[in-house]
Design a protein around this ligand. Structure first.
Ligand code: TYM
Length: 339
């Protein structure tokens, strides 16, 4: 069992990152350790330069993201926690896979289409080839499980396509080089939506801070954001079908379900008939209960830059070593002479 996943150190991590991905980093870290496997979680700082960025902010966010992940339960003693920039094999493998990835595949990526919009010509090359680096990230370590939110599913499918084509083109049928990675997506929290618009995903780049709950928000801020969340005037239904045309209500019920480890159907069985005047404070309390200890731990960790850098340096040394066999095999399979 090889668990591999990444998170961009841009902006503040939010509830969508937590419920969609970070909770499963911790769960799979435990499962991988119990099964004698390994877990790799990295900060996708190389991906972060695909869009305009402030270098000093990227450095600060990288350290803060390490502190956040550790505060959430990612344990550097049991997970190889690092940033891509310290493991050159990620960028190296991306280049080698660029020979296999097809322009047409990248042109179909919805994230590319959404982010580039009408201005494709003005985008960085890195934004276009971003999914090839993501494929390199997971294929380098022969990932089996990749914990991600729903929005990364298409990128993972691309990683599988690249792996499969490489195996077909350059390996004997009975000796494929790459393992095909499987996405691991949480059913209740696959896609946490904005608190201001139930049809848009909760995102670090939304200009409105009221649209998301940051993992570092204090209790008052969390309560305020939940109480101000957009809803409709109807009480909650008792069954899931009643949420069909109610994106905002469905999102809040989904968040409650993910936080409490219940299904949306169970939450509705308990809270059906309740208005948002009663449901929102219950949800707010549950959020505060979950996030307050994370916040306290984050505040403790974030000031100690030396300790955070040491975590990354140690993780990077381990990752560099783990990546060697795959990278060597890829050079060889491609017929590249390396002395
Ligand atoms: P990023 O930094 O945007 O998000 C990190 C993780 O959080 C999940 N996520 C969500 N899940 C549910 N609801 C939401 N609203 C929500 N918003 C974000 C994302 O799905 C992701 O799992 N390209 C990736 C980083 C990456 C990566 C990788 C991931 C680089 N290489 C290799 C997996 C494997 C990204 O930008 O995630």
């Amino acid at each position: 069992m090889r668990v591999v996943s990444g998170i961009q150190p841009t902006g503040k991590p939010h509830l969508g990152n937590y419920l969609g991905a970070i909770v499963n980093y911790v769960k799979l870290q435990d499962e991988a350790n119990a099964a004698g496997g390994e877990c790799f979680i990295f900060l996708a700082d190389l991906h972060a330069i695909s869009q305009p960025h402030d270098p000093a902010e990227l450095t600060r966010n990288t350290r803060e993201m390490v502190a956040t992940l550790v505060a959430c339960g990612v344990d550097p003693a049991r997970t190889i926690l690092f940033n891509q920039a310290q493991v050159p094999a990620h960028a190296e493998l991306q280049w080698l896979l660029n020979g296999t990835a097809r322009m047409g595949w990248l042109n179909r990526m919805t994230q590319w289409k959404d982010k580039a919009g009408k201005n494709r010509e003005g985008q960085s090359v890195a934004l276009f080839t971003y999914p090839v680096l993501q494929a390199a990230d997971v294929l380098l370590y022969q990932a089996t499980h990749v914990p991600v939110g729903e929005d990364q599913k298409q990128h993972l499918e691309l990683a599988r396509d690249i792996a499969q084509k490489f195996n077909n083109d350059f390996c004997a049928e009975d000796a494929p080089l790459f393992t095909l990675p499987e996405p691991y997506i949480p059913p209740a929290a696959a896609r946490i939506m904005s608190l201001r618009d139930g049809t848009a995903k909760m995102s670090k780049s939304d200009p409105s801070d009221m649209s998301r709950i940051s993992l570092t928000d204090d209790a008052d801020t969390i309560m305020k954001k939940v109480k101000k969340a957009k809803t409709d005037p109807e009480p909650l239904p008792s069954e899931e079908e009643g949420l069909e045309e109610r994106a905002e209500a469905r999102n809040l019920v989904g968040i409650y379900a993910a936080l409490s480890g219940k299904t949306s159907a169970q939450v509705l069985a308990e809270h059906g008939g309740q208005g948002f005047g009663a449901f929102k404070p219950a949800l707010g309390e549950l959020l505060v209960e979950t996030l307050a200890p994370i916040n306290a731990r984050f505040v403790e960790l974030k000031g100690d830059e030396e300790a955070l850098d040491a975590i990354l340096a140690r993780g990077a040394a381990q990752a560099r070593e783990r990546g060697i066999p795959t990278l060597d095999a890829v050079y060889k399979a491609l017929g590249l002479v390396r002395g």
